[in-house]
Design a protein. Structure first.
Length: 202
């Protein structure tokens, strides 16, 4: 009789210990799954945030433009290059209008815009290309520099002021017409650079 009682008494702590171990394992498993779930939720939230951010950026294309700038007036380009060829300022002006209209980040207006784009052709220079001894010059290069300013008419200050230079080659045998076409090509490329500078806030 006493042996049975002792056996029963001895077995109770072992059963309690086993139950404790099981409970500990359950708690550890619960903690593990809870942490895994929280980790997964965090990853999903980060992914959703990234997709939302990049999706919005790609859709608007607004870059770093202040939100209050919605419209822009493009002023006729000034020409201080000393070349005396009105065609150059017309090419840049029209190219800017086309690019800004197609981009549509800022709406073009004729007056009272939130912003005003001013461009000035400051320099047009011609230079030789490095030649090896005995080579005959067949091409030259022309460098065109334009000063671009975006004036914030709402806050009454310049948002961007930047000098942009582009270089193009032309065939020497083509004479003045070939050189002028190279200048026009440079101006059209500069108009794209101006647009990128404006919408990115360079």
């Amino acid at each position: 009789m006493s042996d049975s009682i002792i056996h029963i008494l001895d077995s109770k702590p072992r059963n309690f210990s086993m139950k404790s171990d099981v409970n500990t394992m359950k708690m550890n498993n619960f903690s593990y799954f809870r942490n895994s779930a929280l980790h997964l939720v965090s990853i999903i939230c980060i992914l959703i945030t990234c997709l939302f951010y990049f999706g919005c950026y790609s859709f608007t294309g607004g870059g770093n433009l202040p939100p209050h700038l919605k419209t822009v007036v493009i002023q006729i380009t000034a020409d201080n290059s000393g070349q005396g060829i009105p065609q150059f300022r017309d090419v840049l002006t029209q190219s800017l209008i086309e690019r800004f209209r197609n981009d549509n980040t800022l709406t073009l207006v004729e007056q009272k815009g939130d912003a005003k784009l001013l461009t000035t052709i400051t320099a047009i220079s011609e230079a030789t290309i490095n030649l090896r001894q005995g080579e005959v010059e067949s091409e030259r290069k022309v460098n065109v520099t334009v000063k671009a300013e975006l004036y914030d008419a709402v806050k009454k200050k310049n948002f961007i002021s930047k000098d942009i230079t582009n270089t193009q080659l032309f065939d020497v045998s083509g004479g003045i017409p070939a050189k002028n076409e190279a200048v026009n090509k440079a101006l059209r490329q500069i108009s794209e650079d101006v647009l990128l500078a404006v919408i990115s806030g360079w």
